[in-house]
Design a protein around this ligand. Sequence first.
Ligand code: GN1
Ligand code: MG
Length: 368
Amino acid sequence: MKTDTLHYIASKFKIQRDIESIESLGEGFINDTYVIKTEGDGPDYIIQKKNKAIFPDVPAMMENIRKVTDHIRKRVSDAGGDVMREVMTIVPTLDGDLYFKDEDGDFWAVSVFIPDTIAYDRADNPGLARKGGQGIGKFQAMLSDFKEPLAETIKGFHNIRHRFEQWDSCLAKDAAQRKAGLEKEIEWIESRRSMMLDFWKLVEDGTIPVSVTHNDTKINNILFDTNGEVLCAIDLDTVMRSTALNDFGDAIRSYTNTGAEDDTDLEKVEMSLPMFEAYTDGYLSERAESLTQPEIDRLAFSALYITYEQVLRFLMDYIDGDTYYKIKTPEHNLQRTHAQYKLLCSMERQYEEMKDIVSRTADKYLVR
Ligand code: GN1
Ligand code: MG
């Protein structure tokens, strides 16, 4: 993206002070993100081009984010917290809109950059995992009394029934002619299909309740301060109503992985039980009292569910010809598929221990 264009777009927003520089930031797989540095000691900003191929209704998504951040801001302020650090602040355009639509039909949004923070790509100690679990627990707790309607920003995001519809049509189309040679990987998906649907049926029939959830709780979507405390959740594009279990499961997928999400060295990829225990402890210290027994009973399974879903999504994107996730190499989505599958197998092997940890930890925090 040309610097001039970025400056032109930034000039449409209510940014205090002159812009010093705009530089690309981070590793997001979906949107394009930049930091706007400003002159003097005013705030810096984050500017993002939202991926319109993935989010069909960016205005509705921005309205979701506004409602949710307004709600959290009130809760942070009531608790005497720092509203400039413990919640994202959206910066409107000069016309007061939550986004700017450019000549190409792309949508841009700006938020205040929160300084002195760390976004980790992996958890290297259980203390960090525990804090992360507490952080998402608090996020869910702050939104537990949120009653306003929220748009579904991506249809059926963690709904495996919907994902199987996409999967079946992906296989039928075989758009990039890659299906041949992927028999083994396809079988990984098919052999677990009914088990995953059984879980989702419990959400569909109301056994597992829905609430406002983040839906993309991988570790680098949580900002920590320099003392190692969780400040806030970022990347709120997928905040919607779903099962709270998904936030737990997706976090476990990243906090407990001893390797990288796309590791080429599969030996490095395992689910770390100490990290699982620490994250579970942090999460349940905030949420044990609010979860129902059917939720507690499926907490461990949610990690398998979301990791499986991620295997499916990476493999599906590979078969589709890499239309969804940004890739760094031609085989990147297949590499991600293999690494996430290794993680899934590691979870499956340790599933009984995971369930024991959840039940022990829930007992510790439940006053019965
Ligand atoms: C995407 O945008 P980012 O990088 O935080 C994706 C998640 C996946 C994740 C895999 C909207 O998250 O669902 O779990 O990549 N977000 C969307 O790393 O699809
Ligand atoms: Mg992100």
